[in-house]
Design a protein around this ligand. Structure first.
Ligand code: ZN
Length: 156
């Protein structure tokens, strides 16, 4: 079956950055199952898989604009340590969810100097051109309910 809107697609995938470092992979875990045409996966991946068939292998280079966006300098901010209520020992690498006017944003602490904490609200893959290596395992019609909900329902 051919991948198009309203199809449920099952893929094995590996994602690499420009340096060839593996960022994410379904290897050793469950394949990814998604509903095509509903932005369940990044736009560049949907575009690369459109029109492909069960059994096909696809390699696609996806620029940041069609993946996780450009790296935004303004998403890097310095905040007072006091803003981290209930956290005694703030360390680089710690991840938090910040409530902002635009809704919840995942942030990572990148530096701590005295009472000043630098946080980065960019997606970890922002600014990266990603290479997807995909094998299409299965394509099926979505159910009416899945299309209505905009996501895949589990088996059974
Ligand atoms: Zn549902």
């Amino acid at each position: 079956m051919t991948i198009a809107n309203n199809k449920v697609v099952t893929i094995d995938y590996t994602v690499k950055d420009e340096q060839g470092q593996v960022m994410d992979s379904s290897e050793g875990g469950a394949p990814l199952v998604y509903l095509h045409g509903f932005q369940n996966v990044i736009p560049g991946l949907e575009k690369a898989l459109e029109g492909k068939n069960t059994g096909d292998s696809v390699t696609a280079d996806v620029p940041p604009s069609e993946a996780y966006g450009e790296y935004q300098e303004q998403a890097v901010q310095q905040v007072p340590a006091a803003a981290f209520e209930g956290v005694d020992d703030i360390q680089p690498g710690m991840a938090f969810t910040a409530q902002t006017e635009q809704g919840p944003v995942n942030i990572v602490v990148t530096a701590v100097e005295g009472d000043t904490v630098t946080v980065d609200g960019n997606h970890p893959l922002a600014g990266k051109t990603l290479t997807f290596e995909v094998t299409i395992k299965d394509v099926r019609d979505a159910t009416a309910e899945e299309i209505e909900h905009g996501h895949v329902h589990g088996e059974g």
